[in-house]
Ligand binder design. Structure first.
Ligand SMILES: [Mg+2]
Length: 421
């Protein structure tokens, strides 16, 4: 039922995309030359942490996994002065910034703020395409009559975000590629407009790796041809470029170097899955330990599912082996579920069907999809209903305790094994 609703919403949004395109050509008979905004939060997770704990304000805050294999997910600008960057191993960050405030990821809070941000965006346009929790493209061509020029909307979005205690950078441009490039150049706390008439002046002095799709290898290949700046690429023919780097990439880079990008802003649909995964500080081999981790992840996923007021029919186990090969195994049930015991009974079975000669396990993940709004709609005459009701009640009691005392305060009894600390 929920999926039908989502389908309908999606179709409606697509219809709005073309309406907006029509308006774009038609507002007072004039085309809006820079209708695309790219809005990106500055140091999002780190800033959310300073909202939760104001004593962190002004300090080098480093958010990420705290184990030996942990990775930095966000660093405050104070921490960046020490050279700390996102995606850097946490051990490197500790070396660069030993007096930093190191904080574990708190996905629930980031999701909560992501929703607040989204409300700011959608108050200006329904055409919002999120790229991640803290970043989105907006097509405001249909909103100009109500809110004024796109740059004015950019300013109002910035102050709406500031009211939440966050900061962001906004790029305003004729298309997505240029809008994202503009916000990247204007960080932090900036607003940059690339006017349609000034695209080449903005783009051509940039290094070639500013172009979307140019990594180190392509940049090297282009450099060997004497192409260092975007303007160099724009100055050669498309055919020459295609011969140099291949047809697909050549055509792509040729268009970008001339500031052309015709991708539409495509509004997203609500989340389609809920889950939890964990990379271990050493590779796991012992079946008892692996099953305890699967139980822990099943429990966490069930808690998240219920906290969103959802139930689910499809359960997926993800396994990454020590050789980095990753597999997923899924099963769809005839009816929705929402408890740890039910999720675990499926994930355990999926695990036990894996090849016994598998390598050691580096990462485990448990997720659920096929989401439905509300608790499971079970038939009363199902066998075992009495047992299930006990589980349901236990599960809700656990949620209640967690909501008051935090995520780690309750766990299934078998997680506490003697000698396993
Ligand atoms: Mg960001």
């Amino acid at each position: 039922m929920l999926s039908t609703v989502l389908g309908r919403v999606a179709r409606k949004k697509r219809a709005m995309t073309s309406d907006a395109a029509a308006r774009d050509r038609n507002v007072k008979g004039m085309r809006i030359a820079e209708p695309i905004l790219h809005v990106d939060m500055d140091a999002f997770y780190a800033t959310v942490e300073t909202i939760k704990d104001p004593s962190l304000r002004g300090k080098p805050v480093i958010v990420g996994g705290q184990g030996t294999r942990g990775v930095v997910t966000s660093a405050s600008y104070e921490a960046r002065e020490f050279g700390v960057r996102s995606a850097m191993p946490i051990v490197t960050a500790r070396r660069l910034c030993p007096h930093g405030e190191f904080i574990s990821n708190d996905p629930a809070s980031y999701l909560e703020y992501s929703k607040k941000i989204r409300r700011v965006f959608t108050s200006f346009t329904p055409l919002v395409e999120p790229l991640s929790l803290d970043e989105a493209f907006l097509d405001v061509s249909g909103s100009v009559r109500i809110f004024g020029e796109p740059v004015d909307m950019g300013r109002r979005i910035k102050s709406g975000i500031e009211e939440l205690g966050l900061k962001c950078t906004v790029g305003v441009a004729p298309n997505k590629f240029l809008a994202k490039l503009a916000s990247t150049r204007a960080k932090p706390d900036g607003l940059l407009v690339v006017p349609a008439a000034g695209v080449e002046a903005f783009l051509h002095p940039l290094p070639v790796d500013a172009l979307w799709g140019v990594g180190e290898i392509t940049a090297e290949a282009l450099k060997r041809l004497g192409l260092r700046m975007v303007g160099d690429i724009a100055s050669i023919s498309r055919r020459t470029l295609e011969r140099a780097v291949g047809d697909a990439l050549g055509a792509h880079l040729h268009a970008l170097a001339h500031g052309r990008d015709d991708r539409a802003v495509v509004p997203d649909e609500p989340a389609k899955s809920v889950g939890s995964e964990e990379t271990f500080s050493y590779d796991l081999d012992d079946a008892g330990r692996i099953l305890r981790e699967i139980l822990r992840l099943s429990d966490r996923t069930a808690g998240r599912l219920r906290s969103h007021g959802l139930s689910a029919r499809t359960i997926t186990l993800k396994v990454r082996f020590s050789n980095f090969k990753t597999i997923t195994r899924s099963r769809t049930l005839p009816e929705e579920i929402d408890t740890a015991a039910e999720i675990y009974s499926v994930t355990r079975d999926l695990y036990e069907r894996l090849d016994p000669d598998r390598p050691r396990i580096r990462l485990l993940g448990v997720s659920v999809s096929g989401l439905e709004a509300g608790p499971p709609k079970r038939q009363l005459d199902l066998l075992g209903r009495g047992d299930r009701r006990c589980w349901d009640e236990a599960a809700r009691a656990v949620d209640d305790i967690r909501s008051r005392f935090g995520d780690e305060s309750v766990a299934p009894a078998s997680l506490f094994t003697p000698g396993d600390s």
